[in-house]
Design a protein around this ligand. Sequence first.
Ligand code: SF4
Length: 158
Amino acid sequence: MKVCKFPAKSKEHAYKSFTDKQNNLQAEKFALVPFNKRIVFAPHCMRNVAVCAAVDKGGYYICAECGGCKINAISKLVKQLNYKALYIAKGGRTIEKIVKKEKPEAVVGIACFFEGDQAFKMLKDAHIALQFVPLTKDGCTATDTDLAEVERVLKQTN
Ligand code: SF4
């Protein structure tokens, strides 16, 4: 299933400004949430589809830690820190469903700026602290992110 609403590049600056502001506003609240009440969403477009062994659960994948992409390191760190879960989401609808089911107190979302913008708007009334980490290479396949930045955000505590 391919779900990618790749937005016009011209809007990226506005999405970046909005997500930067929201990250700053929510950072303190996020840091207060224990690791085991946080979940992480990574985008399916980061997977190395040539080798990916992730388990397809319908709306999302669970990483099998095959070592084929950076989600491998993220999955290992999420387990090491005792996060509630890591989901490789196929789209926004799935994220909404998982959030309703899991009821996390905080979420880390790795995505393009457009999806980050959408996530802050989606979680606005749910009292869930969100920290967004942007993709450094976006698009609909073979995307990338800054692993050091993901690690910094995942480890945030007060
Ligand atoms: S590390 Fe995980 S997400 Fe990445 S290619 Fe392997 S199984 Fe797929």
